[in-house]
Ligand binder design. Structure first.
Ligand code: FE
Length: 196
């Protein structure tokens, strides 16, 4: 069998599976194309980290980001409009009083454009079912022990709404440049399962 023939057989099989998933309602029409577009558009946690570093250094941007994230991220050249329709983005900021963590209890909705493909633990049944019931316990398992007085807010993503967390800026980082600050921000920090 030639390589060309093999790859056209594979393409046909993929299209067949895609059509089956769509016909059974497991996959929205065009969802695969949407995901591929987002992927090719350069979704990576570096985007989210860049947003956070900018918010840490520019209080005006931070305020606009919390008020209307879809508009604000355009200021740094990013957008949630990569797919078929723009997903609503809500950005929530951690404070001394409140820690935020993101989940999709139904499936695995996630701001791919800002964080890249989601980690496997985010999609796991264990995380999705437990973080709502026992966020403090789940965060402790991630190594994040929060003071008892810190309130924990859990944000449940959906097909229409995606969330991202702005971690608290670490102490002792006053002298760092914005790119250096972005380098401190991790994917877990942007989801809320790490402090930064
Ligand atoms: Fe989901």
């Amino acid at each position: 069998m030639s390589d060309d023939h093999a790859s056209s057989l594979i393409s046909a099989e993929v299209r067949h599976v895609e059509a089956l998933l769509e016909s059974r309602g497991l996959l929205g029409a065009g969802e695969i194309d949407t995901r591929i577009d987002e992927f090719l558009a350069g979704g990576t946690p570096a985007n989210g980290a860049r947003i956070v570093a900018h918010a840490w250094t520019d209080p005006g941007f931070a305020a606009r980001l919390l008020a209307d994230a879809n508009e604000a991220i355009r200021e740094v050249g990013l957008s949630m409009a990569g797919g078929l329709q723009e997903q609503r983005l809500k950005v929530v900021a951690n404070t001394a009083e409140e820690h935020n963590v993101v989940v999709c209890t139904l499936c695995s909705c996630y701001p791919i454009a800002l964080l890249g493909p989601s980690p496997s633990w985010y999609k796991s049944e264990a995380y999705r079912s437990r973080v709502v019931r026992d966020p403090r316990g789940v965060l402790a398992e991630f190594g994040l022990e929060l003071p008892a007085a810190t309130r924990i807010s859990v944000w449940d993503a959906s097909a229409e709404s995606r969330y991202m967390v702005v971690p608290r800026r670490p102490a002792g980082t006053d002298g760092l440049t914005e790119p250096e600050l972005a380098g401190l921000v991790t994917r877990k920090g942007l989801i809320g399962t790490a402090a930064v």
